[in-house]
Design a protein around this ligand. Structure first.
Ligand code: FRU
Length: 317
């Protein structure tokens, strides 16, 4: 029980959590201990991600999944991965807060012989076992094509776009920005302003949009790198009496968030960004079973508009 007590003090222990309060896990039954460091649970997409992963792990009684929340702090997440390395877990799942700060510890874990599976956000090294996540360049491009359509169509599109970025030290924000710009910059009638880092947070997006609306009376469309920020911008525009004149694009399409806001006419469109936890667990178990795995698994996207939301969205073109 000593070792288990050490584990419990780390945070939420799923898998054999129910047994912990009683006699502890039967170590005979636990074949694999998998450490999972989640960068934050402040956003609903991450809560859903953890929930789905925990549910998937519950179907594997031989797995002990240790889930930790780094509370949006890089140093905390580095410390969590180092603890997993010290404890010699069998595999590490990590969804990094940002790339530069987490790269060295991912390399340390790999050097220690522990397979590292990166979920949703990558790091700046190839010293990991597998990456599972969406294609953020493609999602950015799809959002760009949607913006061009909404602003009048290729060759004719015109208007001012206000962009709100996620954490710019993370690859998804960089790629969502780059893919979008690749498309809209081909349209001479479109200009993009903004581009501030709102760290994926709704309240920050709301505040910066409030300011932008004061200086720019002509914003036609807001492109935010996730739905919470798109909705924060919508709330700012609503408070300024301008929500009806502006279109809002987001990313994630959680059923309880983005899809609901699209249905309510608050967001114009959102793009699905599936949570990668279940696939991450499957890949970890394949590695532990000695099966070959891919270096990258790309999860698909879909676009949700008011017309398509009821049928579960449409494939992107
Ligand atoms: C949650 C989140 C999602 C976004 C993803 C990108 O923390 O901001 O909204 O799609 O991370 O890594």
């Amino acid at each position: 029980m000593t070792k288990l007590a050490g584990w419990t003090s780390l945070g939420l222990v799923a898998g054999c959590a129910a047994a912990l309060g009683l006699a502890g896990c039967d170590s005979q039954k636990t074949k694999h201990t998998i450490g999972f460091s989640q960068c934050t649970v402040k956003e609903p997409w991450r809560v859903l991600f953890n929930q789905r992963l925990t549910e998937a792990a519950a179907n594997h009684p031989e797995v002990r999944l240790i889930t930790l929340d780094a509370d949006d702090k890089t140093e905390e997440q580095v410390a969590q991965v180092r603890t997993f390395i010290r404890q010699k877990v069998d595999a590490i799942l990590i969804s990094p807060k940002e790339a530069p700060g987490l790269t060295p510890v991912v390399e340390e874990a790999t050097a220690a012989g522990i397979p590292v599976i990166l979920l949703d956000r990558g790091v700046n090294t190839d010293q990991y076992a597998s990456f599972i996540g969406g294609d953020n360049m493609e999602i950015g491009r799809a959002a760009g094509r949607e913006a061009v359509r909404l602003l009048g169509g290729a060759g004719k599109a015109a208007g001012l776009i206000y962009e709100i970025c996620g954490g710019l030290a993370s690859p998804p924000a960089q790629e969502r920005r780059d893919g979008f710009h690749e498309i809209v910059e081909a349209e001479p009638g479109i200009s993009v302003i903004g581009g501030l880092d709102a760290d994926w947070k709704k309240d920050r997006a709301q505040t910066i949009t409030q300011d932008a609306l004061k200086t720019h009376p002509d914003i036609k469309l807001v492109y935010a790198h996730n739905d919470p920020m798109a909705h924060g911008a919508y709330l700012a525009a609503k408070a300024a009496g301008r929500a009806d004149q502006i279109m809002f694009l987001g990313i994630d399409a959680n059923p309880d968030e983005g899809q609901r806001w699209v249905r309510a006419g608050e967001l114009t469109a959102t793009f699905a960004y599936p949570t990668p936890g279940e696939k991450g667990l499957e890949v970890a178990l394949d590695i532990l079973a000695g099966k070959p795995v891919e270096k990258r698994y790309t999860l698909p996207t879909r676009v949700f508009t008011r017309e398509s939301v009821e049928r579960g969205g449409d494939p992107v073109d």
